[in-house]
Design a protein around this ligand. Structure first.
Ligand code: NAD
Length: 281
């Protein structure tokens, strides 16, 4: 069996078409959605992510304002910029690109972003509201992964879902979203005993670990939907947390890396920004 590819490029392009219409509708009412991205330091991966976000804004007609700050930026300088963007009525979304240089306190910085402008969904209030099943801004990567499952018509309610990884930005919100969709959810992590015993039960398996090709075919149930969130670089090439070539022969659905969840993350950032602008209107 060879799995059906869940193509992030195609799904993100479809979403962008809908977003263009929503941006147009806002502009007709005199409002242009605006996103501020704050990038501190010169991490090459972060620079690539930020430039991809700028390009997505340009494609959709969203005003983007990237603030590139030097590596020696102080906490006070960073916080002053967040407060400035909070107060700017032309800005509906604020994103602080992570990771920040080690001398900066990212939790403190993120907590200063107005929750309604927190388009990454990392603010304590949005994370708390998600855990209570309330309306909130949902973190872009898990939101994108869920969108892929739903777009492909993969049943979630009543299914066994296993998430590997418990980070605040991917694993935990992913588990909460699947729970909201009435899956039976298991969260695995680095201290899980006998990981494969859990993953082999999964109808939906989400890998958010950060270890290249960690999920092998023997860890996957025949006919599972496998969502690979990982982005790893091996010999200069990108690969996911899933051993794609072997697992695709066993799974029913699989996301590629690159061209999978990563594309959806940016599309969902745009979605969160447009939604924030719609709410502001
Ligand atoms: P993280 O380092 O914060 O968390 C990794 C998680 O994996 C931890 O909870 C840890 O317990 C778990 N883990 C580590 N080793 C394990 C093991 N041997 N067995 C089971 N669990 C183990 O990472 P993160 O920020 O959640 O990101 C995870 C991956 O997703 C990374 O590759 C990252 O680059 C990628 N990512 C991709 C996107 C995207 O847009 N596609 C967005 C964010 C992160």
């Amino acid at each position: 069996m060879s799995a059906q590819l869940l193509d992030g490029k195609i799904m993100a392009a479809e979403l962008e078409e809908q977003l263009k219409n929503r941006v147009e509708a806002l502009k007709e009412k005199g409002l242009t959605p605006g996103l501020t991205v704050i990038l501190v330091g010169d991490d090459p991966a972060s620079q690539t992510y930020v430039s991809n976000k700028e390009k997505a804004c340009a494609r959709l007609g969203i005003h983007s304002d990237t603030l590139r700050m030097p590596p020696e930026t102080t906490q006070e300088q960073l916080e002053a910029e967040i407060l400035r963007a909070n107060a700017d009525p032309a800005i509906h979304g604020i994103l602080v690109q992570l990771p920040l240089p080690r001398h900066l306190d990212s939790d403190r910085a993120l907590s200063l972003i107005l929750p309604e402008k927190d388009v990454d969904g990392f603010h304590d209030i949005n994370a708390g509201r998600l855990s209570r099943g309330m309306d909130c801004v949902v973190a872009c990567t898990p939101k994108g992964a869920l969108h892929m499952l739903k777009t492909a018509g993969i049943p979630i309610a009543g299914k066994e879902a296993v998430v590997i990884g418990r980070s605040n930005i991917v694993g935990k919100p992913m588990a909460l979203l699947l729970l909201q969709e009435n899956a039976t959810v298991t969260v695995c992590h680095s201290r899980t005993a006998d990981l494969a015993e859990h993953t082999r039960r999964a109808d939906i398996l989400v890998a958010a670990i950060g270890k290249p090709r960690f999920v092998t075919a023997d860890m996957v149930k025949e006919g599972a939907a496998v969502i690979d969130v990982g982005i790893n670089r091996v010999d200069g090439k990108l690969c996911g947390d899933v051993d794609f070539d072997a697992v695709k022969e066993k799974a029913a659905y699989i996301t590629p890396v690159p061209g999978g969840v990563g594309k959806m993350t940016i599309a969902m950032l745009m979605d969160n920004t447009v939604s924030a602008a719609e709410k502001a209107l």
